[in-house]
Design a binder for this molecule. Structure first.
Ligand code: PA5
Length: 462
């Protein structure tokens, strides 16, 4: 196993002081571990929860690589149309596994540029329409439900642009990734003989990064998919270990749940000290928020508040709050032990002798020093912190990390007493949007929302 979790400073009496998980609470959680793990295994065995098995199913990765190979050189741009779980994994993996700044290197690389259109802001969609020439682009339409208004509206727009430019050849520029039978996309893909991939029925959007949802863009962009899945497989096995003290997902989920419910630290700050890992934080914010922020069967709203910070950037933005603000946060530092590239800081010229301490050091040394220093500063300020150590940022370690956090989130569902795999709060917004946009069958919803929206306009100011 490559990743390591250091949770010393989450335990009461650790270097950060008494704000932490008590030995008694941790022991009680350890005693309950067997039953909780048993329920996760049962969901996996009965097939109701499928993300655990994605690393073992190499067929989609092979098919994605074959497709990408057959189309190599045809496209300047890969344009992903998708939102939420259909976009965030690809964004995170692209940041981690594609060369840094690759999308700014047009003309110097054979890799296509990636656009992820995960909003319906007209400025964004019209910008992509102008920038990514449809005739030189592959459109990857990703929607598990095959009906999400944001993705469908984008699809309609780019489909028309493709047809205008390419006539019958438009079908060569579209790949569809959706449910095997549900939604509008599957029958459309079948009717037009489009290249298509299936999101397994038992894999929800935010758990789907290791399905074709992430693999097909990855194959087009040249990621090492085998290593990604190997890493995820190793991560999954570690997270299903019987030994609580040797199970990173169980320890992560349990300590964070106890910090929320017993210590008063519901805000979970993910703090990657790595440009490559920065978008894992966005992916994780959605994973945690949408999976664990729920009403329990008793109607009580529960769940942690995930939050993103990026080192060293946010030292100059948020660390003041983190160090001296309310003690309501737990920090997870992502620390990279060996960076895949490095640059030496030159010796300062005469007149800048005050910068001698920087000259001859490397940027890897500097960012690591900043990571350790900020971690120690927060510990000294009595804040609970843990660190996940990446030997390197690679397809294998990132795959392992995705699986750690996915299993920890599934485990967290049991701790909070919620179903980690549904999203009723998101569905309510989708239905209201259908009403406001005039979808047939949603007239009552349209009337309800219209009556409420801005009904208190008298309080508008400005
Ligand atoms: O994680 C989820 O289930 C959601 O965030 C979905 O991914 C998001 O709502 C988009 O749904 P769909 O993929 O069905 O278009």
């Amino acid at each position: 196993m490559a990743l390591k979790l250091d949770y010393t400073c989450l335990l009461a009496g650790g270097p950060q002081g008494e704000t932490g998980v008590s030995a008694d609470d941790l022991a009680a959680a350890e005693a309950a571990h067997g039953a909780r793990l048993g329920r996760l295994r049962a969901q996996r065995a009965e097939g109701s929860v499928g993300f655990y098995d994605l690393p073992d199913e190499r067929g989609p990765a092979r098919a994605a690589m074959e497709y990408a190979e057959s189309r190599r050189g045809h496209f300047e741009n890969v344009v992903v149309l998708g939102i939420g779980g259909s976009a965030l994994g690809t964004l995170a993996l692209h940041a981690a596994l594609s060369p840094p700044l690759v999308d700014h290197e047009r003309g110097t690389t054979n890799r296509p540029r990636l656009f992820v259109v995960d909003n319906v802001d007209p400025v964004l969609v019209s910008g992509v329409l102008r920038t990514a020439n449809p005739a030189r682009s592959l459109f990857v339409v990703i929607s598990k439900s095959g009906s999400t208004a944001e993705t469908m509206s984008q699809f309609l727009l780019f489909l028309e642009a493709l047809k205008v430019q390419l006539k019958d050849k438009w079908t060569e520029h579209v790949v569809v990734i959706t449910d095997g039978s549900k939604g509008h996309l599957r029958p459309f893909a079948d009717a037009h003989d489009l290249v298509s991939f299936t999101v397994p029925d038992n894999v929800g959007g935010r758990f789907s990064a290791l399905s074709a949802v992430g693999l097909l863009p990855g194959a087009c962009l040249g990621w090492d998919l085998e290593a990604l899945l190997d890493g995820a497989s190793a991560g999954r096995d570690a997270c299903l270990r019987d030994d609580f003290r040797d199970n990173p997902a169980a320890l992560y989920a349990t300590t964070h749940h106890l910090l929320d419910t017993r210590v008063g630290c519901p805000i979970q700050v993910l703090f990657p000290y790595s440009h490559q890992l920065r978008l894992l934080a966005d992916w994780q914010v959605q994973l945690v928020a949408e999976s664990l922020g729920k009403r329990t069967a008793d109607g009580v709203g529960v769940g942690p508040t995930p939050h993103k910070a990026v080192g060293a950037t946010d030292q100059h933005s948020q660390v003041q709050l983190f160090a001296e603000g309310p003690v309501d946060k737990v920090f997870t530092f992502l620390r990279v032990l060996e960076h895949t590239d490095d640059v030496i800081i030159p010796e300062p010229p005469p007149g800048l002798e005050a910068l001698d301490y920087l000259g001859g050091k490397s940027f890897a040394q500097l960012i690591d020093a900043e990571c350790r220093a900020t971690n120690i500063a927060l510990v000294d300020a009595g804040r609970p912190c843990c660190a996940i150590l990446f030997p390197r940022v690679s397809a294998a370690t990132v795959g392992e990390y995705l699986m750690w956090m996915e299993v920890a989130t599934a485990y967290g569902g049991q701790l909070y007493g919620v179903d980690a795999f549904d999203q009723p709060g998101v569905e309510a917004g989708k239905v209201a949007t259908y009403g406001l946009m005039g979808r047939s069958g949603f007239e009552a919803e349209a009337a309800r929302v219209s009556a409420r929206h801005l009904s208190d306009a008298a309080t508008l100011v400005g």
